[in-house]
Design a binder for this molecule. Sequence first.
Ligand code: IPD
Ligand code: CA
Ligand code: CA
Length: 287
Amino acid sequence: MTAPAGPLPSRDELLSIALEAATAAASLITGDRPEDLGAETKSSPTDLVTLMDRRSEALIAETIRRYRPDDRIVGEEAAGADPVDPVGEPSGVTWWVDPIDGTTNYVYDHPGYAVSVAAQLDGRTVAGVVADPTHGRVYRATLGGGAFCDDEHTGRSLRLDLGDPPPLDRALVATGFSYLPDVRATQARVVAELIARVRDIRRMGAAALDLCSVASGRVDAYYEAGLSVWDYAAGALVAGEAGASVTALDGSQVRPGSVLCAHPRLAERLIEELRVIGPGDSIGPGE
Ligand code: IPD
Ligand code: CA
Ligand code: CA
């Protein structure tokens, strides 16, 4: 690995760039939403990308580049091609960008989509922002610096801190599904078992927001197989800094393809329950 060129940036510096990029992109996708979104399909006929996903990603990359031309940027839409390589010597910072998380909601104009931007140093997420324009909320966190939600309507900034968890049979559990029909069918069989053992299930449609919902107590837990790093990097940091445990579905280290998030005591129970139901990690590879 090439040594980073120049001193490493502080977490707060990276956060402020992530904030500028994510909030600008969130304004773009709501304020500049065209009549015709130019929707096309990707991995399956249900996996959508619009011209606004591409515009949002371009704006985020441009904003990051302005401050940090030597960072690596991995955006969901460009990742089909190649990551945006640094202009000069790599700096050691990698940005993970989901320009619209919840594209299906966005296409249907259904609330519950977000822009997610995370900065990693040596594979560790150190700063993350999830901007939720329909609810006017911006979630932000730095590693070791806590997690916050800025509410545009009240003008208040709330520090996020998980309270005591309910028992599993009173827990509201969010999950999500792959775009691949076979994987989705297996995931649905797992949910069909789990729903009888918890308070209820939610499928909101944006992984980054699901993680922030755990952080802010809007759901008690979230799990999903098949996610990519751009889906979860920022939200996982927000949830982790709010006191949640973020692991793989089997309790091992979180990785692409396997994310489970809840208060540590509830997470332990959910991991156990999923082990009994038996999805393993066989329900969807990640990126
Ligand atoms: C999707 C959303 C969805 C999750 C999928 C993701 P996209 O991201 O986060 O909630 O269930 O696994 O791929 O495609 O809208 O960016
Ligand atoms: Ca996504
Ligand atoms: Ca996306």
